[in-house]
Design a protein around this ligand. Structure first.
Ligand code: ADP
Ligand code: ADP
Length: 220
């Protein structure tokens, strides 16, 4: 894994301050939950970490390197941003194969990640017919494709049934256990139970708290 460091990170959209002077460290080998209500600035922060949105101020570094300055791609960081945002006419396998090709990743890895997320049986079906839960699994497969040290997931539990939620939690625990940096946004504290070791809470773009889950629960 690689450490993610945000320093005084700020993003303004006209009069709206989406992310406001955010300083925090996300460590490898942990699942870090990124908790806050809708509109708190979680997606904007994740997009800035990925270099998809340019900060108004402050810096993002990953493993000490300014992330926007390095070659981007799925080998460096995998992300689930918006599970609904895929071309529905394609099959799951075709979607992942195109992504793999664009990132210099071999075809064999596509079958591997499809198995890993439990979509091997529907690999040839059109994404247009997928439930939101299946789309979430597909988005997670795309994030895993490049076997990256850093993984970002924006609201990965949306649309999952209880079995799906358990599966995603176990997957995140396993990825962190492998030493990866796993940063997961959610607007629901309950989703982070049995999943995150640490919680970062934001509201109106500002850091509210950064603690272990045990500290939050008052059991430590
Ligand atoms: P969250 O992911 O926590 O729901 P967002 O990062 O999506 O929060 O949004 C934070 C704030 O910034 C909201 O007020 C949202 O409306 C605003 N915002 C986000 N993206 C844009 C954008 N591209 N243009 C204008 N305002 C935006
Ligand atoms: P940038 O960082 O270059 O502003 P973004 O990727 O954050 O780009 O946003 C791209 C576009 O999406 C914005 O220009 C905006 O028009 C639109 N957008 C996304 N989310 C919102 C939002 N919550 N409110 C208003 N516009 C939004």
């Amino acid at each position: 894994g690689e450490v993610i460091e945000l320093h005084a990170l700020t993003k303004r959209y006209g009069p709206t301050t989406a992310v406001d002077d955010l300083t925090l460290t996300v460590r490898p080998g942990h699942v870090t939950g990124f908790l806050g209500p809708n509109g708190a600035g979680k997606s904007t922060t994740l997009r800035m970490i990925l270099g998809l949105t340019r900060p108004t101020g402050g810096t993002v570094t990953v493993a000490g390197v300014r992330f926007v300055d390095r070659p981007r791609g799925l080998r460096h960081a995998g992300a689930l941003l918006d599970a609904g945002d895929v071309h529905g006419g394609r099959s799951a396998a075709a979607h992942l194969t195109a992504l793999a090709r664009g990132n210099g990743i071999g075809r064999a890895r596509v079958d591997e990640v499809l198995r890993e997320v439990g979509l091997a049986g529907v690999a040839r079906r059109r994404i247009g017919g997928f439930s939101l839960g299946m789309r979430q699994r597909l988005g997670i497969a795309a994030a895993l494709l490049g076997d990256p040290p850093v993984l970002l997931f924006d609201e990965p539990f949306n649309g999952l049934d209880p079995e799906g939620v358990r599966w995603v939690r176990d997957l995140f625990r396993r990825l962190a256990g492998e030493g990866r940096t796993v940063f997961v946004s959610s607007h629901l504290m309950s989703e982070m139970e049995n999943c995150a070791d640490r919680l970062v809470v934001i509201g109106r773009g500002r850091l509210i708290a950064e603690q272990s889950l045990a500290e939050f629960a008052g059991t430590r």
